[in-house]
Design a binder for this molecule. Structure first.
Ligand code: KG4
Length: 339
């Protein structure tokens, strides 16, 4: 019989609960937090308080949407880390209480593994193909930029990662320099659509192996704008679309160059994308180009599973449930956690 798993996600500023039956999603409820907007970034203490307000209504709605009662739930899976400690504590405490009250197994989930395993979530009405092992996953978000070698559901190895900023951070910081609001990544994507990606050239970092670096790009972009504004005060306004398109092309090229190299070195052509930046249209197109050019089988997640969500926590919980990988009530969250 397929287990019914309740997933809980509270690592940053989204409170989310989801229910899956086997690998099929029954509900996925996400409550964002508007409170951070005026600060231009997530304020940890405010995030934690908002999670406390949101967690019970969100879990209620997830059960209601799924038409599942608490008695039917087989196990509860929660994000143990990495993330903000105050935020993680809310989800962890709730999950522990729920498991204790219902006398059901408790499953800890690594948030980064969950982003990768989001590819295995199936919808009830349409099943999609899932990556075959081993596959490579480009995991790009506001906090991470990694190339993950996925050997099995729960066996992963990071073969390349950023040594400074994450790709999402690069988008957001460059957007800030242009005077765009936080998070600027989606806006850069939007303005890029009407811009010329070859209008301006920005240098790419020279980093060994499959690692990334984005802090140099941010600095050179800043100096580039300063130099031009001296001569033309409205330079940004007059060139907004071209600047966004050129910047986006540079970031996407940096990400893809290493991914292509990793595919060539490992001989793996099953290539998946994960994390918030996978919403980027330029990156999605680059994956499609990779399929044409290198014969890759590509896996691009649904938008709803790219940002933080509990569906990916629940599916990871399923794989751990099958292996009976449970934890006790003494479990505590980890702010820092490798894959
Ligand atoms: O995974 P995620 O939701 O959470 C964090 O790790 O914070 O990723 C959010 C990041 C932000 O940096 C945001 O600017 C970026 O993903 N992002 C995008 C796009 N949509 C979200 N970056 C570029 N283009 C997009 N369309």
């Amino acid at each position: 019989m397929n287990p019914i798993i309740l997933g809980i996600e509270s690592s940053c500023d989204d409170t989310s609960a989801a229910i899956i039956k086997g690998d099929t999603i029954l509900s996925n409820v996400i409550a964002g937090q508007k409170v951070h907007e005026e600060y231009g970034g997530v304020v940890p203490e405010l995030a934690s308080r908002a999670h406390q307000q949101n967690i019970i209504p969100v879990v209620h709605k997830a059960m209601k949407d799924a038409k599942v009662t608490p008695e039917e739930i087989s196990a509860v899976a929660f994000t143990r880390g990495p993330g903000l400690m105050g935020s993680l504590l809310v989800g962890t405490s709730f999950a522990k209480g729920f498991a204790l009250a219902r006398k059901i197994p408790l499953i800890e989930v690594n948030h980064l593994q969950a982003h990768v395993l989001a590819h295995f979530i199936q919808e009830s009405d349409s099943k999609h193909e899932v990556p075959e092992f081993p596959f490579l996953c480009l995991l790009v978000s506001g906090g991470n930029s990694q190339i993950v070698l996925v050997k099995d559901h729960l066996e992963m190895e990071i073969i390349g990662q950023t040594i400074d900023d994450a790709a999402g951070e690069a988008f957001d910081k460059c957007a800030k320099v242009m005077g765009l609001p936080y998070p600027g990544g989606p806006l850069i994507d939007q303005f890029s659509k009407d811009g010329n990606p070859d209008a301006f050239q920005f240098s790419k970092p020279r980093i060994a192996d499959f690692d990334y670096s984005f802090s140099g790009l941010k600095t050179s972009f800043l100096y580039f704008l300063r130099d031009h504004i001296k001569k033309e005060p409205d330079f940004i306004e007059n060139n907004k679309n071209d600047l966004c398109a050129s910047l986006q092309k540079t970031i996407v090229d940096i990400l893809m160059d290493k991914l292509i190299a990793a595919s060539k070195k490992t001989g793996i052509k099953e290539i998946a994308l994960a994390g918030g930046v996978s919403a980027n249209s330029g990156l999605r197109q680059a994956f499609v180009d990779g399929r044409e050019k290198y014969g890759w089988n590509i896996y691009i997640p649904e938008f709803s599973y790219t940002t933080d969500n509990a569906a990916m926590i629940a599916i990871t919980g399923l794989f751990k449930f099958r292996k009976q990988e449970f934890v006790g009530q003494e479990v505590a969250p980890y702010a820092r956690m490798g894959i």
